[in-house]
Design a protein around this ligand. Structure first.
Ligand SMILES: C[S@@+](CC[C@H](N)C(=O)[O-])C[C@H]1O[C@@H](n2cnc3c(N)ncnc32)[C@H](O)[C@@H]1O
Length: 213
């Protein structure tokens, strides 16, 4: 927990909820321990999307489609969303959810390892939401920069590892050290890149917003 839990509870109490389908899907995901965006991330993403008004969104990490469907609700109908997922069990559930919400034309799921998929993508995206394998963020970065035009927005989720990222490498449990090192590298890269301006925000599990210079 990065921010006081009572404060988070208070902030989340201001949340109005979405449509009945999304609310039910969110509840179902949380009840079955499918990792989806935190409640406080929803309003943040919504505001980002309304500011950017993207025509093409790329999401890395679909899970069962909650955030893709949430984003689809915030943007204009002609905005296309491409989302990448490699977990066999989640892919059919996400596809089914897109169908149930009648968003199958708007949201395209690409099944496969994110890095392999990213290598093949060519057309630009004006909004990228990165929410997948935390240890891989650095290897995704060259592709994200290639796919992001000037003024494009990159939002990366879960970057502060519940605050553990501020701790010394030696205090972090051995099994978490690789991810700790890699995430620090990612944050260093995106905050020092000549191609991005980045803000690191202690919201949810830590989020960054970058704009392509
Ligand atoms: C935090 S969840 C995504 C949650 C989703 N964005 C939401 O809020 O509804 C991360 C997802 O990334 C997927 N993932 C992890 N590593 C991946 C990889 N290398 N390639 C593609 N997907 C990956 C996981 O299977 C998992 O479903």
């Amino acid at each position: 927990v990065i921010v006081d839990e009572r404060l988070i509870a208070y902030i989340n109490s201001l949340n109005q909820g979405e449509n009945p389908f999304l609310d039910a899907l969110e509840k179902e995901a949380r009840a079955s321990y499918v990792p989806i965006i935190r409640k406080e991330m929803k309003n943040f993403l919504r505001v980002m999307l309304k500011m950017q008004n993207p025509k093409k969104i790329l999401e890395i990490g679909t899970a069962i489609g909650f955030s893709a469907l949430f984003m689809a609700e915030q943007v204009k109908k002609d905005c296309k969303i491409t989302t990448i997922e490699n977990y066999d069990k989640r892919i059919p559930i996400a596809l089914e959810n897109f169908k149930k919400a009648n968003r199958q034309e708007q949201i395209k799921l690409i099944a496969g390892d994110a890095l392999e998929v990213l290598e093949k993508l060519e057309d630009p995206f004006d909004f990228i939401f990165l929410d997948a394998a935390k240890g891989q963020y650095c290897s995704y970065l060259p592709h994200l920069l290639r796919l992001l035009p000037e003024g494009g927005i990159l939002v990366s989720d879960n970057v502060l590892q519940e605050g553990e990222l501020m701790e010394s490498h030696f205090i972090v449990e051995r099994r978490n050290r690789t991810i700790h090192k890699r995430m620090r590298e990612y944050l260093y890269e995106i905050t020092h890149s000549q191609e991005l301006f980045t803000s690191v925000i202690p919201l949810g599990d830590g989020v960054t917003v970058s704009i392509r210079r």
